[in-house]
Design a protein around this ligand. Structure first.
Ligand SMILES: Cc1ncc(COP(=O)(O)O)c(C=O)c1O
Length: 399
């Protein structure tokens, strides 16, 4: 029998970051000395007090199903965190705990979109947004932003992209892949346009704690409080607390939407892992020393990689204000030849880099920004130096 797969699969593709990562890991498993800049996860261990809380939960037999939407004490702690750190008011019924921020976003688009409904996404974007929208039968509407403007959206371009079918606009600051943080002025420009258009605002704040600038993080709803009632804040524990494998994230937003998302979760995955939730509670209530140390180290690494990439002829790298990615422009290398063959684009360049120079970096194309490569600097300084040397060798080998 030929298995007939669902038609909706035709519109989506595998996650570029996850597949590149898998390729790099497969090479490393064969003994190759791969320097990987591909992973979107901190290379730090989960802080001990968080692990201890989960271990204590396991030892106490906290190993059963919980309420689908999350344990009450975690939901209350999330509301307190949003109030304390983000100056945003939510009640526990407005919060849904899921298996990671990715799962929260998936639930959200499934709950929100009918066939043909549109979601505005700024490019460069995190690879999963358009595919998640497509999986919910929605239509991603892409709005380009530019390196020269610090990737701040152009309000005029945003206005042009909105239509009566627009159900949501996604904002991701600090951004994966660019590391750009939207300034208050940039957020105000977006808010001004959205004030006149009745749609949801989805803010993916997963990198909010990873900042290398002194200005504090701001959500669009802080800049324009009148938009707060139609803002959904998505966040998680993966990046700030080095908890990628724990799979824990949440969404906070309008009650009707959160209830609909919970119904989807009821009928699909049920609750997030019980003991992960206890760990997350400790993360929100415990000390932030480990986080502060991690951010200080990331800042040193950012400076190292930005300076090193900018020394390589043909590569131009912007200094990111947040997250742990750099997104250098490699347009000057496209069209040059390697071993007699012209390089067609970022995908091909990343293949040569991995196969012949054992450096894993994700091509810009799946992030909606050809002419770039994404490097995660969530790897040691020694790896960054080794990787930079190899990238330099690749560029020197081009004709
Ligand atoms: C912008 C962005 N949002 C969401 C996620 C998902 O995070 P989680 O591990 O909580 O599912 C990622 C992970 O790479 C991300 O980069």
């Amino acid at each position: 029998m030929t298995v007939q797969l669902a038609k909706r699969l035709k519109s989506i593709k595998p996650s570029a970051t996850l597949s590149l990562n898998a390729k790099a890991k497969a090479l490393a498993a064969k003994g190759a000395d791969v320097v990987s800049f591909a992973t979107g996860e901190p290379d730090f261990d989960t802080p001990k007090h968080i692990k201890d809380a989960a271990i204590a939960a396991l030892n106490a037999g906290f190993t059963k199903y919980t309420a689908t939407g999350g344990i009450p004490e975690l939901k209350a702690a999330i509301c307190k965190k949003l109030q304390r750190e983000n100056k945003l008011e939510f009640t526990p019924e407005q919060v849904l705990v899921s298996d990671g921020a990715k799962h929260s976003l998936y639930n959200l688009f499934q709950a929100l979109l009918s066939p043909g409904d549109e979601v505005v996404i700024f490019a460069p974007y995190w690879v999963s947004y358009p595919d998640m929208v497509l999986l919910a039968d929605g239509k991603p509407v892409l709005v380009e932003t530019n390196e020269a403007d610090g990737y701040a959206p152009d309000p005029g371009e945003l206005r042009k992209a909105l239509s009566p079918r627009t159900r949501a606009v996604v904002i991701n600051s600090p951004c994966n892949p660019t590391g750009a943080v939207l300034s208050r002025a940039a957020l105000s420009g977006v808010a001004e346009v959205l004030k006149g258009h009745d749609c949801l605002i989805v803010t993916d704040d997963i990198y909010e704690r990873l900042l290398y600038v002194s200005t504090p993080f701001e959500n669009l709803a802080n800049v324009e409080p009148s938009l707060a009632p139609r803002t959904v804040v998505v966040n998680g524990f993966s990046k700030a607390f080095s908890m990628t494998g724990w799979r824990l994230g949440y969404a906070a937003g309008p009650k009707e939407l959160i209830s609909a998302m919970q119904m989807i979760q009821d009928q699909s995955t049920s609750n997030a892992s019980s003991f992960s939730q206890k760990g997350a509670l400790a993360a929100l209530e415990g000390p932030t020393t480990a986080l502060d140390e991690m951010v200080a180290e990331f800042k040193v690494r950012r400076d190292l990689i930005v300076a090193g990439l900018n020394k390589i002829p043909g590569i131009r790298c912007r200094n990111p204000e947040g997250a742990f990615y750099v997104f250098p422009n490699i347009e000057a290398l496209i069209g040059r030849s390697y071993k007699g063959k012209p390089i067609g684009g970022s995908v091909q360049l990343s293949e040569i880099l991995l196969e012949d120079f054992l450096v894993a970096a994700v091509p810009g194309e799946p992030f909606g920004a050809e002419g770039h490569l994404r490097f995660s600097f969530a790897t040691s300084r020694a790896n960054i130096e080794k990787g930079l040397e190899r990238i330099g060798k690749l560029v020197a080998a081009l004709s």
